[in-house]
Each structure stands twice: as structure tokens, then as C-alpha cells.
Design a protein around this ligand. Structure first.
Ligand code: AMP
Ligand code: MN
Ligand code: MN
Ligand code: MN
Length: 287
């Protein structure tokens, strides 16, 4: 698979990525990406640095975020792009997500403690690393505390859905999340649709509700997805009348399966969501 010039799903140390925004931009640009978006979990804290680094590297960086939402009791991630970071609707969302992440982190810690894992100690380590702890931060802390040999194992044993430390979180609904992104002048995209354990029919209900709320697109080219998963995401976009997007969900250069820019091409029949972007890079082709 050739490198893609577009990668709209990337994480930095502003949430659970391993590279700081400047190092991320350098890494992404070196892999041939010309249009990127930094989409940290529920925060835009890395965007100013990423944007300055992108200007210096001669590539385009559009504002981005990955918002945690809930739909029918499940966690769903909604990407927002090219919004006004100073829009009041986005400001209210960011403040709310901050509170909800902290309160969920305390619930995760309490649940871990009840299961005789060092939840409180893990919370303290997580909060030393970030003001907005994700489960990734808990996984790293549990590994550091010797509860598991490494962070991926800690995640699977303690934090994955159905495990003792799992808490969905009291996130806004998908519809409210889309409305916030649209009210802030941005475009909303369903992140990694293949990762939700939903039947195809129910996934289409999600796609339809998402579009009716004002959603723009679906991640079709996603990092590490196989051909079956790509086809499923593509069919979701086509059946629900949504546009296509491309993003690796890159977090860590030590993880080999989703490097920035290693993405399948969108079929030419599917409109790319980045054509909506106000930036001149709206005309960048994915190839
Ligand atoms: P949160 O938003 O706090 O629920 O954390 C979600 C993050 O955990 C995702 O963005 C991934 O970076 C990470 N993650 C999700 N599933 C796994 C897994 N099975 N193993 C390791 N990390 C994961
Ligand atoms: Mn993550
Ligand atoms: Mn996600
Ligand atoms: Mn992500």
C-alpha cells in the first residue's frame, strides 16, 4: 500500500499519544502526509503547537478532536474537523468532557481498588502524566506498578469492556456531539466504525442517526484495518449517504501496524470529507 497524503486521525502527548505535537508533525511529514489533523481525546491542547509545526514543515494541519460519545449505552468516538476552536459550543463541550473524564477516572480507580488492583495509585500516576486521563494512561500506570507485564496486557486484563476497571463514562449522546461540532463550524466523522461490536443493521442505524443529526462522514480508510473491515466501513458510508475519511489512529512509533499515512485509498466514487475543509488543502488528493 502506498503512502497516503491525508491522515486525519492522529494522537499526541496532549492525550494518549507518545510524540509531542511538534515531533508528531515531523514524523507524519517525513512519511509523506500533506494534510493532517491532530485528534486528541476530548482536548485541543496540542493544536496550536501542531499548527505551528505544520506551517514550518510546509504541510496543512486542520483543527481536530476525537470526542467521546455514547449511543445506546456504548462508547462511540466522533471526530470533529475544521471547527472554530473558540466557538462557544466547543468551549462548553471541552469543559464538560474535562469534568466527565476526571469523574470517570475516579470511578475507574474505585473499581480497580475494589478488584484489589492499585486503582488510586494508578490514578495518581495518570494525573501526573495528563490532566485528562484515558484508559491508556491507566494501562501504562498499572504496568508501571507491576500489575501487568506491559500496558497492552494491563489494558486487556483490567480496562477493556467487561473487565473489572471498565467504566463506559457518562458521555454526551452522538447526536449532541455532532450538533456541537456543526455549531462550531466543523465536520463530524464516525471514528473506526469497524471497532464497535454492532451488527451491520445496527451500525447502519447509528450511521443514519448520525447523518440526521448533521454528521458528514465515516472513517473508511483506517489504520490497521483488513479488507473486510474496509468494505464494511465503505458500505456503511454508502448506505447511510455519508462521505469518506482517512485516518491511521496513530499513537506510538513503537507500534508497527498503524503508522501515519499507511492507508487504503478511498474509491473515487466516494466524496472525501476533506473537500469540505476551508483550508486550501481541501483539494489534496489522497494518493
Ligand atoms: P478511553 O477514551 O479513556 O476509553 O481510552 C480509549 C483509548 O484506549 C483508545 O483511544 C486507545 O488508544 C486505547 N485502547 C482501546 N482499546 C485498547 C486495547 N484493546 N488495548 C490497548 N489500548 C486500547
Ligand atoms: Mn487513544
Ligand atoms: Mn478512538
Ligand atoms: Mn483515536
Amino acid at each position: 500500500m502506498s503512502a497516503s497524503a491525508v491522515d486525519l486521525h492522529l494522537h499526541s502527548t496532549a492525550s494518549d499519544g507518545r510524540l509531542d505535537p511538534s515531533a508528531l508533525v515531523a514524523h507524519v511529514a517525513a512519511r509523506g502526509v500533506r494534510l493532517m489533523s491532530l485528534t486528541d481525546h476530548d482536548t485541543i491542547a496540542g493544536l496550536a503547537e501542531a499548527s505551528a509545526a505544520a506551517d514550518a514543515a510546509g504541510i496543512t494541519c486542520v483543527t481536530g478532536i476525537e470526542l467521546s460519545a455514547v449511543w445506546r449505552g456504548r462508547g462511540i468516538h466522533i471526530l470533529g474537523y475544521d471547527f472554530d476552536p473558540e466557538a462557544p459550543a466547543m468551549g462548553a463541550m471541552l469543559a464538560g468532557q474535562h469534568d466527565r473524564r476526571l469523574s470517570r477516572a475516579r470511578q475507574i480507580a474505585a473499581r480497580l481498588d475494589r478488584a484489589r488492583a492499585p486503582g488510586q495509585a494508578a490514578l495518581e500516576l495518570a494525573l501526573a502524566a495528563t490532566p485528562l486521563p484515558t484508559r491508556t494512561h491507566f494501562a501504562r500506570a498499572l504496568a508501571e506498578l507491576g500489575v501487568a507485564p506491559d500496558a497492552p496486557t494491563a489494558f486487556e486484563q483490567w480496562l477493556a469492556r467487561g473487565r473489572p476497571g471498565y467504566v463506559t463514562g457518562e458521555w454526551p449522546t452522538v447526536a449532541a456531539t455532532v450538533e456541537c461540532i456543526v455549531a462550531s463550524g466543523g465536520a463530524a466523522v464516525i471514528a473506526h466504525p469497524h471497532r464497535y461490536t454492532l451488527s451491520n443493521g445496527v451500525r447502519r442505524e447509528l450511521g443514519t442517526e448520525f447523518r440526521e443529526a448533521g454528521g458528514a462522514g465515516v472513517e473508511v480508510a483506517t489504520g490497521g484495518a483488513n479488507a473486510t473491515q474496509f468494505d464494511m466501513c465503505l458500505s456503511l458510508a454508502v448506505r447511510c449517504g455519508l462521505e469518506g475519511s482517512a485516518g491511521s489512529d496513530f499513537h506510538d512509533p513503537a507500534v508497527p501496524w498503524n503508522p501515519p499515512g499507511r492507508l487504503a485509498k478511498l474509491p473515487t466514487s466516494l466524496r472525501p470529507v476533506w473537500r469540505r475543509f476551508r483550508a486550501p488543502a481541501g483539494c489534496i488528493e489522497q494518493a
